[in-house]
Ligand binder design. Sequence first.
Ligand SMILES: [Zn+2]
Length: 320
Amino acid sequence: MSARPVPPRIAYSAFSLDRASHTRRDVQALAAAERAPSTRVVPVWRGLNLIVPGATPVAVALAGEVAQTALAAAPEKVFLGADDKGAWFAADIGQNPLSDLAGVLAGAPAGAAFQELRTASALMVGTEAALLACARGLVHWHGASRFCGACGQPTEFRDGGHARRCTDKRCARDHSPRTDPAVIMLLTRPAPPGHPGQARCLLARQAHWPEALYSALAGFVEPGESLEAAVAREVLEEVGLSLAQVTYRASQPWPFPSSLMLGFRAEAADEEIRRDDRELADARWFTRAELKTLPGEDLKLSRSDSIARFLIEEWLAEVG
Ligand SMILES: [Zn+2]
């Protein structure tokens, strides 16, 4: 797979802190960082992030006294990393009802409210959306990992929140934050010789999606499966097509709750769609000219900060 620079318009991919992983096991350094006046805190409350709504929603980073108030309300503090001013933590304050968090909310900017990240992120500054996504993803993992999957005993917080360990001494299994890989692929066909402008890409829609929304095919990678095999299997299952070529393009963290979307261009070996109607309500080939003119009430494309849209726009910018 060829590496590419991170395209900035893919949401959640512009994480800007130094993850400073060497600090995670340094208990004294973490304790000092928690108390430092320069420390910033990203609060997470029951899966929601603290955001100031507006034309450009703003991620709230608590500082100073209010940061300490939020840390005091969080039984576990996850070390996110550092910038040139100091350390950043995520504080899971979801054990508290909002009525008990007046000290945190009063210290936040006016209008700030706990909100679902997906509803705000498209209009946010990319680095802020990525920071909130990371905080949300790690806090979710802790909430879902309180008990050992091997023996069922409680686990304990370790390494600044980047590990948990089973408290049963005979088991003592270490658990790490999980990321589940999913593949998303833009299926294409080149223009036949002598037919310029007839290259096509395949977009599909699932029945439960918003009206007229079409996107690239996607699916989870299965255990023991390579990414290339997952792309080929999903395409065969969903539209009955074999592939001539698969090329990696870019990726998108997708912390809802714990995925990584790996984006591919996949060239189909033929064109006859045999759609799986349990998975898809429709699947169609589109030329570049159609995708540039059709979008409107009858055809809507994935949101502008999604990796699906990145794959589509990248293909649209080419010739053929
Ligand atoms: Zn265990």
